[in-house]
Ligand binder design. Structure first.
Ligand code: ADP
Length: 264
């Protein structure tokens, strides 16, 4: 790491150890600084794209005042779509930044995971219906434990809406709830387009999309999976993914079954 300073003391004594931990710290700070710069650059890029589109549309409208109402309406609809996209990106970013606050405390309550899943399905069913996608819920177990309901719901909304978004018409989404090795699991399987193997490790990164052009068309922010993973991590769990191109993907959320509130 290069934070500008490196202390060179080779001795195996206390000062030597102090110097070593200082150097470790400097390396860490410089790494965090690098990540922050990259993040700001990514955010700026993400915000610039819809802004550029809107600028082009409004300039076109301003320079050709003789268009009829239909054309205006069409352009306005495009602007409206871009504003919606921008809004979605900013909202997701604020939500993610909030989740990453060091002082964040989960609001856990004893809750049936099954109930949270049903809420999610009820909310997303209209979107699935539009594409004639069937959503099935398999409840192998009924599992009740301490979780932050709002956040787990958001996590599952992100995963299930991806499953719907990346599955062609007449496909299927199967959600299974089961217990495994003391963990509560929710598996979300879809019969969608799948994810290339080389992208599998990166899809949880902020703003990462397998196919930028297609992601734009589907209106994503590239933050949905980062948010989902952060929520699961806060609960002490993890998310696994497996996928076959043109066949479908399965995301498995694994949560430790806590019978007590955090710190209780
Ligand atoms: P986005 O807003 O683009 O959907 P996400 O963070 O939710 O962002 O997902 C990141 C990328 O992972 C997506 O752009 C997509 O390429 C891929 N992806 C996520 N879920 C699925 C899925 N169920 N099937 C296929 N690809 C997926």
């Amino acid at each position: 790491g290069d934070f500008g300073v490196t202390i060179k003391i080779g001795a195996n004594d206390e000062i030597g150890q102090l110097a070593e931990s200082f150097n470790d710290m400097a390396a860490k700070i410089s790494q965090v600084d690098e990540q922050r710069k990259k993040f700001v650059s990514n955010v700026s890029h993400e915000l610039r794209t819809p802004l550029t589109s809107m600028k082009i549309i409004s300039e076109t409208l301003l320079h050709e005042p003789s268009w009829d109402e239909g054309v205006y309406r069409e352009f306005l609809q495009d602007i409206d779509g871009e504003v919606t996209r921008l809004n979605h990106i900013v909202e997701s970013l604020l939500y993610l930044v909030d989740l990453e606050r060091e002082e964040l405390v989960l609001e856990t309550q004893i809750t049936y995971l099954n109930y949270v899943v049903h809420n999610v399905v009820r909310r997303l069913k209209p979107i699935a219906d539009q594409k004639s996608i069937r959503i099935e819920v398999h409840e192998r177990d009924k599992i009740q434990f301490y979780l932050d309901q709002g956040k787990i719901q958001q996590c599952l909304i992100n995963l299930v809406s991806n499953a719907i978004k990346y599955t062609p018409e007449h496909g299927e989404v199967v959600i299974s709830i089961y217990r495994e090795l003391g963990d509560a699991c929710v598996a979300i399987m879809d019969t969608g387009i799948g994810i290339p193997e080389k992208d599998l490790t990166q899809i949880f990164d902020r703003f990462y999309r397998v196919d930028r052009a297609r992601a734009r068309a589907t209106g994503g922010s590239g933050l949905g999976l980062s948010i989902a993973r952060q929520i699961v991590t806060l609960h002490g769990g993890d998310i696994q993914v497996s996928s076959t191109l043109n066949k479908g993907s399965t995301f498995i959320v694994r949560l430790p079954i806590r019978q007590q509130g955090v710190g209780g």
